[in-house]
Design a protein around this ligand. Structure first.
Ligand code: NI
Length: 154
């Protein structure tokens, strides 16, 4: 495993659309393992492959109850209720803002073997799923932020 460099918001790659994963091979597993190490090192809750410069539809999420690997993920259902909470991004260090996200979402994704799995995320995990899936389509949370926060507000 190896740490990979996290790109920051000035890098235009963050605005590109990531491509579907077709091969569930060692190259993908190395990427996932490196992303896991990079996320832990950065002390984050989620990371998309594009943030380490790889335009593939790969996301990892860890909100403290175990690491999830989501490949080719899609939101298949979401709550009508919303939550408005503070959010940050490892590619936009030191900044935070209030965003509006569904209270819960259901995500369908492949695991590292290519098997389809359903996940439910509520609260923080729902926010994290939405945030990371947005990265795969070139969207940053600051695009739809309700209000940016000063660090003093946190
Ligand atoms: Ni992010």
């Amino acid at each position: 495993m190896a740490l990979r460099k996290i790109v920051t918001k000035e890098d235009p790659i963050l605005r590109r659309i990531s491509r579907k994963v077709e091969k569930f091979d060692k190259r993908l597993w190395d990427l996932l393992d490196d992303m896991k190490e990079t996320l832990a090192d950065a002390d984050g809750a989620g990371l998309a492959a594009v943030q380490v410069g790889v335009l593939r539809r790969v996301v990892i999420v860890d909100v403290g109850d175990g690491l999830l690997e989501l490949i080719n993920p899609e939101i298949t259902d979401k709550s009508e209720e919303f939550q408005e909470e503070a959010e940050g991004c490892l590619s936009i260090p030191g900044e935070y803002g209030i965003t509006r996200r569904p209270q819960w979402v259901i995500v369908k994704a492949q695991n590292r073997e290519g098997k389809w799995v359903l996940y439910k995320g509520e609260g923080l995990k729902a926010r994290c799923f939405c945030h990371e899936l947005d990265h795969l389509d070139g969207i940053l949370y600051t695009d739809n932020v309700i209000e940016m926060l000063d660090e003093d507000d946190l």
